[in-house]
Design a protein around this ligand. Sequence first.
Ligand code: PLP
Length: 489
Amino acid sequence: MQRNLRGTSRSATDVPADLFARTAELAAQWLRSLDRRPVAASADLDELRYRLGGPLPVGPADPLMVVEDLARAAEPGLVAIPSGRYFGFVIGGGLPAAVAADWLTSVWDQCPGFYACGPAASVVEEVTGGWLAALLGLPVDASFAFVTGCQTAHLTCLATARHHVLRAVDWNVEELGLSGAPSIRVVVGARRHVSVDRALRFLGIGRVSLRVLPVDGSGRMEVSRLRDELATAGPPTIVCAQAGEVNTGAFDDLDDIADAVAGTGAWLHVDGAYGLWTAASPALRHLVRGVERADSWAFDAHKWLNVPYDSGLAFCAHPDSHRAAMTATAEYLVQGGPGQPRDAMDWTPAFSRRARGFAVYAALRSLGREGVAELLERSCAHARRFAAGLATVPGCEVLNEVVINQVLFRFDDDRSTDAVLRRVIDSGEAWLSGTTLDGRRAIRLSVTNWQTSDSDITRALDAFRTAAAELLGRGPSSTENDRKGPFLT
Ligand SMILES: *Cc1c(COP(=O)(O)O)cnc(C)c1O
C-alpha cells in the first residue's frame, strides 16, 4: 500500500474505476471542445516545457492525479487533429468505433505476435486481412502484416522484394547478407514519398541504386521511361510506383506500369499510403486500375480509414518470400507451421507489438463496404468544393487537378502565400501545411477526416477569404467575411 497525495490508500492491484471513468470524461470533453477550440496548439515550446517538465519525481503519485495533471498541462499543446478543420499533411481522425476498440486494445494488452499470446488478436488480424484484400481487390491469397504505418509497411514489402529478386539470382540475402551480393536496381519516380528511400536505406540499398524517372506535371511517373529502363537487362530490379502523390494526389498509371514490368522479373511495389483506399469506391476505383497486378502494397489505416495512430498495412503477393524475409525463430518461441494458427511474428518486422487489428476491424465493421466508399467520396467532394471556393478568392490560384482529396494552391507570391497561411492558422479556424513545389511556396489541403462537414469547409474558405482580403489588400469577393469572429459560437 502507498499513501498518495489525496490521502487515500491504493495498492497497485486495485482497479481504479474512478480513474477510467474520469479519463472517459476527459476524452469526451476534448471531443466536445473540437468545434470551439483553435485548431492549432496555443502554447509555445517554452510554455510546454514549463508545464510538462521538471525533475523526475522521487516518489509515487496517485494515478488519477497524474492523468488529471497530464491532461491539464498538455491541453494548450494539443493540435485539434480530430477536428473536421484539420487539413494538414495527410492525417485522418479516429472513427468512434475504432477509437473505442483502440481503448480496449490498451486495456486488454494482448501481444499479437504469436497466436499463443493472443488468440483473439491473432484471429482478428487474420479476418481483417481477408476483409482488406476483398475490399481493395488485392489477391485473396496475399500475405499481410499489421505495422506502425506506411513507412514500416515499405520496409516490410521492400525487404520481401529484396529477398525475392535476389533469390531469383541464387543469392540468399537472409543467409549471406548484402556484402558481395549482386547489386539491386530500384526504379522510382521523381515525386515518390521520402519514406520509400528511407526504407531502402534501412535495407542496405542506398541512393546509388536508384534510377529516378522523370514525372509529368502532376507527379506521375513517365512510363515510357520505365520501359526504356527495363529494356536494358539490368541487375535484380524493384519498381516502386505510387497511388496518391502526397501534394497533388496524382496516381501513377498502375496498369501501364504493370504492363511494362510484366515478364521482366522485376518486383512491382505500390506506395498507396492513402490513395490505395480509392480501390474501395466504385466511383474512384478507376484511379488504381491494374493495382492488383503488383507484387506488394504498402498503405495506412491511420490516414483515410480514420483509425487512430499508429496503424499501417503491408500486403504481398508472394507469401513465401514475405515469410522468408520476416520470420524469426528461437527455441523458446511457440510458432505454428502450415495449417496452424497464423503467427503475426512471421510477417512483421516487429517482435512484441500492439494488437493493431482490433481498431482496423472495428473501423471496417462500423463503416461496411458502402461506408468506406462513402467516406472516400465525401472527402473528395469536400476537396472539390474547397477548390471551387478558392477559385473565387482574389489572388488565389489552385495548382492541381483535384483528382481526390488533395488541393494545392498559392497566392500572388511566396511571401503572400506564407503570410496568408500563417494568418489562417493563427485565426484558429483551420490548420493546413505548406510545401514548396517547383521552387515556389504553396499550401496543401487534405480532406482525410471523417468528421469534416460542409460547414467546416465553409469556415476554412471564409478564413482564407478574410486573410487574403486583409493581407493582400483586395476586397473579398463575397459577403461572408463580415460574419462573426471564429470562436463566437
Ligand atoms: C504518409 C505517407 C507515407 C508514410 O506513411 P506513414 O504512415 O507516415 O509511415 C508514405 N507515402 C505516402 C504517399 C504518404 O502519404
